[in-house]
Ligand binder design. Structure first.
Ligand code: S3P
Length: 188
């Protein structure tokens, strides 16, 4: 199913937990006057707390639910923030191939102040766990991203404005035919 999914999303945000996908995504969506979707939130609304899904059914089951939510979300003309590990799933990767994808990065120092709380099951062991997680995913994030921005110590409103500008200009540059962003990048 995912490979044939029609992508209408204006922007997809990927990146490590704590990189600011949700906070920036909300701002960017406001600037673009479009809907914001946080796929973690949709999963919680439909299936309950993420930590419970991990505990009761395991990560693989969670990734399957996530794949379905991501595929549906990308059919809307929205700004869509993905959970940090969504990119690990091959089906989700296939959906992203047709999308405009911004990667958000953040330093371990900056993220240490942001994460915590215990809502993120893969991060309950602290910053060392975060560093291991991100190191293991770096190549995947880089490969799937159209562009990257670092959020460490940068005012989020400035960054949101910059990314929203990029989306506007990039959309304007797209030809009126149905060629996807990814297809055009490949053709260059
Ligand atoms: C996860 C990140 C979380 C959430 C889940 C798994 C991950 O989202 O999807 O806890 O594997 O990195 P955030 O990136 O919004 O924290």
């Amino acid at each position: 199913m995912p490979a044939e999914t029609q992508v209408r999303a204006r922007l997809v945000l990927i990146g490590a937990p704590g990189a600011g996908k949700t906070r920036l995504g909300k701002r960017i969506a406001r600037l673009l006057e479009t809907e914001f979707i946080d796929t973690d939130k949709v999963i919680v609304a439909e299936h309950g707390a993420i930590s419970e899904i991990f505990d009761r059914l395991g990560e693989a089951h969670f990734r399957g639910l996530e794949r379905d939510v991501v595929a549906r979300s990308l059919q809307r003309p929205a700004v869509v923030a993905l959970g940090g590990g969504a990119v690990l799933d091959p089906g989700t990767q296939a959906v992203l191939a047709g999308a405009r994808v911004a990667q958000l990065t953040v330093s371990a120092e900056a993220v240490e102040k942001r994460i915590g709380g215990g809502k993120r099951p893969l991060l309950k062991d602290g910053i060392e766990a975060w560093v291991r997680l991100v190191d293991g995913r770096r190549e995947t994030y880089d490969r799937l991203a159209t562009r990257s921005w670092d959020t460490s110590g940068v005012p989020l409103d400035d960054l949101a404005a910059e990314i929203a500008d990029w989306v506007r200009h990039d959309s304007d540059a797209e030809s009126p035919d149905d060629t996807t962003h990814a297809q055009k990048e490949q053709a260059q």
